[in-house]
Write a protein that binds this ligand. Structure first.
Ligand SMILES: O=C(O)c1ccccc1NCC(=O)[C@H](O)[C@H](O)COP(=O)(O)O
Length: 272
């Protein structure tokens, strides 16, 4: 069993426990009473012609399978405010509990604190989680191609769009990019972390980004340590970066985001 398979076993068990407490019908009522989703596609640059700066998706993650404990984050809302002040375009809230020590309560707290789009970062394997995301104020959800069939990719994307949300479709191989494109994904991420082995290969982004269909927002996910990594991703076609560890373990995340945006803008200016 791969790391990803193992995570998904736990995700399903935890979801079934929540479903026993909150039915799908109740979730639908809550979603209907939630403020409309913000436009994460536009926040990440929207049409290709207007993507003149690097966008940052700043992640709130306490722990990870690859690194163990990263940061206690007792007040995720306060961290989210720092991220937004630093110029993050989207905040990613890891809600998976067993491996990442996240929760939907984190998403609620962040939703109440900032007015920029939120990504519910989890391992989506059931439509129940998509209704949950919307009911808790998410604007964007993650679909990991390696974890889903083509039919699930299409159906989960369609449901997310019906609920007004956008979808970040995560890939790691050329075949997965083809599958994301076939599902008409408008925001496509290349995760340089292999979720089956946890290996990080930053050079993977440059080798895959060129095969992402023109028009899609291109997100470089994982492995950002410093401004050089940001420049590398931006110089090789990233419209946005998704950063977790480097921000949660920094004492000045607001300044770090500003620095990353400046490095990205400089690399994009050379690229275009
Ligand atoms: O982070 C992990 O160890 C991990 C393990 C298994 C599945 C997913 C995992 N992380 C999710 C992510 O992709 C990252 O949280 C995200 O891209 C940010 O990465 P980083 O900046 O390297 O923290």
């Amino acid at each position: 069993m791969t790391v990803l398979d193992d995570i998904i076993v736990g995700v399903r068990e935890d979801m079934e426990a929540r479903r026993r407490l909150v039915s799908l019908d109740e979730l639908k009522e809550r979603a209907a009473a939630t403020a409309p989703a913000l436009d994460a596609w536009a926040a990440l640059g929207g049409p290709a012609a207007s993507r003149d700066e690097l966008k940052v998706i700043a992640e709130i993650k306490r722990r990870s399978p690859s690194k163990g404990d990263l940061a206690s984050i007792v007040d995720p809302a306060a961290l989210a405010v720092q991220y937004a002040d630093g110029g993050a375009s989207v905040i990613s809230v890891l809600t998976e509990q067993r491996r990442f020590n996240g929760s939907l309560a984190d998403l609620d707290a962040v939703r109440a604190a900032v007015d920029i789009p939120l990504l519910r970062k989890d391992f989506t394997v059931d439509e129940y989680q998509i209704w949950e995301a919307r009911a808790h104020g998410a604007d964007l959800i993650l679909l990991i191609v390696a974890a889903l069939s083509d039919a699930q990719l299409r159906e989960f994307s369609a449901l997310s769009h019906e609920l007004g949300m956008n979808v970040l479709v995560e890939t790691h191989t050329p075949e997965e990019i083809e599958r994301a494109a076939a599902a008409q994904a408008r925001i496509i991420g290349v995760n340089v972390r292999n979720l089956k082995t946890l290996d990080v290969d930053r050079s993977l982004f440059a080798s895959l980004a060129g095969s992402i269909p023109a028009g899609a927002v291109v997100v470089a996910e994982s492995g950002v340590r410093n401004a050089d990594d940001v420049a590398h991703y931006a110089g090789n076609g990233a419209d946005a970066i998704l950063v977790g560890e480097a921000l949660v373990s920094d004492s000045t995340p607001r300044e770090r985001i500003s620095e990353f945006k400046a490095a990205g803008a400089a690399a994009i200016a050379v690229r275009t």
